[in-house]
Design a protein around this ligand. Structure first.
Ligand code: PGA
Length: 244
């Protein structure tokens, strides 16, 4: 039985006062059978670092171990703050920071070396979907970045399926599109890492998940939670999604 995870991705939003207030409001959400995580800007990590409820994630991590990489934050720094893990491969980083599969693979490795969780984001563009390439794209994104891992290492990996065309657009995947892709991803995980890994791995859906569509998306058998951007910035919406 996979526990559902509702993860907020604050992206580059909120000043520190707003962040502290929202964090407190999220902490006050009454627990149910789902877990909550927040992916917060790097400069706020230490302020929230000891929290286990919600779990705190970084939004990015360096591909390097340590040294002369100005502006970077290493996985061992995150571990020393008791951060749970980090997003890797969010489409905004792939797009605006030209992060390649080889860099993402290094980032995943740095996290796992430090016993942190890699919340690995994958998803196709609208052009790729229109050309019926979405499954091939997803398969490639899985193999290139996770293909070298053992099934033991995969225990520290969470996947977020985030179709690029749904992120921040207000257009959400239909439940059948989401379920179909999540089942496809789980099948790919089974082919590479075995049945046990496939049945245990969490696959979150992300892309304009909000208070009005969360319930039906979260009811899909292979959707194990959500990665929520815009709607995670308003506690009422985030709470509604968590309670869906
Ligand atoms: P969105 O963002 O919910 O605003 O579409 C999701 C994400 O980018 O993780």
């Amino acid at each position: 039985m996979r526990t559902k995870l509702i993860a907020g991705n604050w992206k580059m939003n909120l000043n520190f006062i707003e962040a502290k207030e929202l964090f407190r409001d999220v902490q006050a959400i009454e627990n149910n059978d789902k877990a909550i995580a927040l992916c917060v800007p790097a400069c706020y990590l230490s302020a929230f670092s000891n929290a286990v409820d919600p779990f705190i994630f970084a939004q990015d991590v360096s591909a390097h171990v340590k040294g002369a990489y100005t502006g970077e934050v290493s996985a061992s720094m995150l571990a020393s703050l008791h951060i749970m893990g980090s997003l890797v491969g969010h489409s905004e980083r792939r797009q605006y920071h030209a992060e390649s599969a080889s860099v993402l693979k290094e980032k995943v490795d740095r996290l796992l070396e430090n016993n942190l969780i890699a919340l690995y984001c994958i998803g196709e563009t609208i052009e790729e979907r229109n050309e019926q390439k979405h499954e091939a794209v997803i398969q490639k994104q899985i193999i290139e970045v996770l293909g070298h891992l053992t099934s033991e290492q995969m225990k520290n990996v969470i996947i977020a399926y985030e179709p690029v065309w749904a992120i921040g657009t207000g257009v959400t995947a239909t439940t059948s599109q989401a379920q179909e892709m999540h089942a496809f991803i789980r099948n790919e995980i089974e082919r590479s890492f075995g049945q046990t890994c496939a049945s245990q791995i969490k696959i979150l859906y992300g892309g304009s998940m909000n208070a009005s569509n969360a319930k039906e998306l979260l009811a899909c058998p292979d959707v194990d939670g959500g990665l929520i951007g815009g709607a995670s910035l308003k506690v009422d919406d985030f709470k509604f999604i968590y309670e869906s």
